[in-house]
Design a protein around this ligand. Structure first.
Ligand code: 3PG
Length: 214
């Protein structure tokens, strides 16, 4: 299943998806609250750590203003676990028929990663038209997305990987970019004093930037 229209509308409104690596599940809810307070309510929790699924469950339960999803999902088993934990969307670094089928089975919107024309064509054949462009900066950045808009005018991208407050505008000003993902607004040590306040401030800066471009 591709992105549902309602979810895509939400992405178009917020335009930035924090990519979050949680080491300690106890950090999940205060971090999510800080990011929502800063104006970013669509949150991707990566399944790269043991705490990922627990973090998704906690945010889904305790932060009603957040739309929480799972990232780094690379197979059907992880997809099922992410859906059971309450993920409202799933992000993958790549595109496989297995993960696309899991998205249909669970009726959860999937944002799969692509970086080439062939991968986009595989996605279109699977009925998808909104993709994560990954890893964005090293795959040619905004000029590559602009160039891909020539042959693929029906495709929308969410560039992720190397996106920051410095290069965000270059991405979000492209007509075929609906949103951008990145970890720059999440402090690396969430256990440090002031980390959540810092996350809220960085989220506020990012959402303000996105609004100024829209
Ligand atoms: C990732 O997969 O880690 C995301 O693409 C985030 O990338 P970033 O840390 O460069 O923002």
């Amino acid at each position: 299943m591709g992105f549902s229209m309602a979810f895509e509308d939400e992405l178009r409104r917020t335009r930035i998806v924090p990519v979050i690596v949680i080491q300690d599940a106890a950090h999940a809810v205060p971090l999510a609250r800080a990011l929502v307070e800063g104006g970013l309510n669509i949150l991707e929790i990566t399944l790269r750590t043991q705490a990922g699924l627990e973090a998704i469950k906690a945010i889904a339960r305790d932060v009603p203003g957040a739309i929480v999803g799972a990232g780094t999902v690379i197979n059907a088993g992880q997809f099922a676990a992410a859906a059971a934990a309450g993920s409202r969307f799933v992000v993958s670094p790549g595109l496989t028929a297995e993960v696309a089928q899991a998205a249909r089975d669970h009726a959860v919107p999937l944002l799969p990663g692509v970086a080439t024309g062939s991968e986009i064509m595989q996605g279109l054949a699977l009925g998808l038209s909104t993709f994560k462009f990954f890893p964005a900066e090293t795959s040619g950045g905004a000029p590559a997305i602009k160039a891909l808009g020539g042959p693929f005018p029906q495709v929308r991208f969410c560039p992720t990987g190397g996106v920051s407050a410095k290069n965000l505008a270059g991405y979000l000003s492209l007509p075929n970019v609906i949103c951008a993902g990145g970890s720059w607004m999440v402090p690396s040590d969430l256990g440090a004093a002031g980390a959540f306040a810092q996350a809220a401030a960085l989220a506020r800066e990012a959402s303000g930037l996105a609004r100024s471009i829209a």
